[in-house]
Ligand binder design. Structure first.
Ligand SMILES: NC(=O)C1=CN([C@@H]2O[C@H](COP(=O)(O)OP(=O)(O)OC[C@H]3O[C@@H](n4cnc5c(N)ncnc54)[C@H](OP(=O)(O)O)[C@@H]3O)[C@@H](O)[C@H]2O)C=CC1
Ligand SMILES: O=C(O)C1=N[C@H](C(=O)O)C[C@H](O)C1
Length: 269
């Protein structure tokens, strides 16, 4: 068993952290060798199984990333931009695959991750589910088939705890639509209209964010023309789909050359 890749999960107490821990513990292809949480968090120093309300699993929650990463072949990181950027350097030093699900990264954060990607294997996606990654390919195809008579709008819905907008998934879908249409998303992106906005600009790609209750994650890509509308839709009803994808990525990344990869590489889409 000890030759199975050792996985560290960051943000142990988070919604995704707990999903990821369960996914790794249930896997016969990987072992959980460490979990990390923020210094000062009351889980630190305790068995993570007990912290999650179950039986002990023999893995203590640590706040020492350097020490914890020394025994890992991969780290799965669904946390926050500052924590992810810091971890990129540590994962590179530990020669561990860094799987990044964190969203809300700035251009500057992404540049820092690219620098780390020169020496480390980084797999990053705003959504790790098979369904959404397939949807990006469908979106690209539909956008390529339709002209600008079809207005593209991306509508995303998430739980009321989510801190970033548009969602990472919405941005992936926007990128895919822009690529299909052969335009630069930064030139055509129109986010969350408010006030006297003027008429919709032909060729724009609109983004809209709904926040409420416990919605896991829903995304619509609307192509609206005079006389007809097409909607491509993905609904995540369980966070397991993200955790499953992330573990798949961590295993796929073993032995891969340093560089930046996405879930499209992992899934072969
Ligand atoms: N790519 C994908 O498929 C998916 C991506 N996500 C993304 O994953 C991220 C996390 O989502 P979610 O689990 O819902 O969020 P939570 O807030 O539930 O969890 C985030 C965790 O990260 C920890 N954390 C935050 N900042 C730091 C830091 N500086 N150092 C150490 N730990 C830190 C938090 O600790 P503390 O509570 O102490 O702040 C918490 O344990 C978001 O960016 C979300 O958009 C979510 C689902 C799917
Ligand atoms: O914060 C979340 O919950 C989610 N975040 C990701 C995003 O920003 O798209 C993925 C998923 O939709 C859930």
């Amino acid at each position: 068993m000890s030759e199975l890749p050792g996985i560290v999960v960051m943000g142990a107490s988070g919604r995704m952290g707990q999903m990821l821990i369960k996914e790794v513990l249930a896997s016969d292809k990987a072992r959980l060798v460490g979990v990390l949480d923020r210094p000062g968090h009351d889980w630190v120093g305790r068995d993570v199984g007990e912290c999650m309300g179950g039986q002990p699993v023999g893995v203590m929650v640590s706040d020492d990333a350097l020490e914890t990463m020394a025994k890992a072949q991969a780290v799965i990181d669904f946390t926050a931009p500052a924590a992810t950027v810091d971890m990129a350097e540590i994962a590179a030093q530990a020669r561990a695959v860094h799987v990044i699900g964190t969203t809300g990264l700035t251009e500057e954060d992404i540049e820092k991750l690219s620098l780390a990607g020169r020496h480390a294997t980084i797999i990053r996606a705003g959504n790790m589910s098979l369904g959404v990654n397939l949807l990006t390919q469908l979106t690209k195809k539909v956008a390529a088939a339709l002209d600008e008579d079809y207005d593209i709008e991306i509508i995303e819905s998430h739980h009321h705890h989510k801190v970033d907008a548009p969602s990472g998934t919405a941005l992936m879908l926007g990128e895919a639509a822009a690529e299909g249409r052969g335009v630069d998303l930064t030139e055509v992106s129109d986010r969350g209209r408010d006030g006297i906005t003027g008429a919709r600009k032909r060729g724009d790609i609109g983004f809209h964010a709904i926040r409420g209750g416990d919605i896991v994650g829903e995304h619509d890509v609307l192509f609206a023309a005079n006389g007809e509308r097409i909607t491509l839709r993905h609904v995540a009803s369980d966070r397991t789909v993200f955790a499953r994808g992330a573990l798949k990525a961590a295993l796929w990344g073993q032995g891969k050359k340093p560089g930046e990869y996405t879930m499209l590489d992992v899934l072969g889409l």
